[in-house]
Design a protein around this ligand. Structure first.
Ligand code: SF4
Length: 84
């Protein structure tokens, strides 16, 4: 049981990146032409959840629809355009 608790803590501490790396990722996303502010959730990669509004222009490049303030903190996240 103790070992299991330690493993859980270890996995959790490895799942987020350091603050400086988070800021760097978020800065790249802020400058990305495919990021946009989505109502209620803030900056997203393309349209939120990749749901395109009527008349919305589908991005030419791949997007994931994620909320970037959360996605950029997770160590295993990847940019769909390999920008970070
Ligand atoms: S995750 Fe990549 S493609 Fe999406 S907004 Fe950020 S830099 Fe652009």
């Amino acid at each position: 049981m103790e070992k299991s608790e330690n493993n859980t803590k270890h996995e959790g501490s490895n799942s987020l990146i350091e603050s400086k790396d988070y800021k760097k990722r978020l800065s790249i996303c802020s400058d990305c032409p495919d990021s946009r502010f989505s109502f209620g959730v803030g900056l997203t990669c393309g349209y939120f959840l990749n749901i395109f509004p009527p008349g919305g222009i589908k991005p030419k490049n791949p997007t994931c629809g994620c909320v970037l303030s959360m996605k950029t903190k997770i160590k295993k996240s990847v940019c769909p355009q390999s920008k970070w």
